[in-house]
Write a protein that binds this ligand. Sequence first.
Ligand code: ZN
Ligand code: ZN
Length: 229
Amino acid sequence: MKRIIDGAYLVPLGQANTVLLDAGPELVLVDAGFPGKATLVLDAIRQLGRDPRDLRHLVFTHVHPDHIGSAAEIVRQTGATTYMHAADAPFAEMGGPFRAMTAPPNALLKVMNRLVWHQQERMEPFKIDRYLIDGETLPLVGGLQVVHTPGHCAGQVALLWQGERLLIAGDVGMNVVGLSDPVGFEDIDEGRRSQRKVARLRFDAAVFGHGAMIRSGAAERVRSKWARV
Ligand SMILES: [Zn+2]
Ligand SMILES: [Zn+2]
């Protein structure tokens, strides 16, 4: 577990990141990794000196297997309320298969796409309790603003925490080999619009679904990469 900024922690779950927000009596987890990772999440909660049952809210950036795989188990262990955009929720409740996605025009990302993207993969289904709506601010841990950023996935959202402190970007892009496109898009034009939308936001730190976090000056780096894609 790595501290991003005060109250926000990156919990790396193998290939995918999750974010734990600890600011107040209730904890929020953003995304839930591949299957078999629930223990790592619960251990991270205990490392903060908290009880797994303090995890009351499980918010998803989107429905892909690397973000929902351990969700059913985490909900069983904590009873957390689940939040996802309505465009993606049915796929969580079916447990896949997922919508088709094609690699962006980049040789390395095409290889990564072949390695990690399996549309027919099945996950343990779980219920979505609450749909995320573009522009709303969830009254959790000091405010979590929902920014709908489709393209990689129709229900993909980015989250702004406590005003402009932290962007939780999901897979609008990734930071594995520097800032780049995600490994695929359902709709690349829509994905580009979403990258430009994120480039117009203000935030200090940023964390992505995959790769390294940026602790400060993140908006400038995102802007220089995505403002004119
Ligand atoms: Zn994804
Ligand atoms: Zn992902």
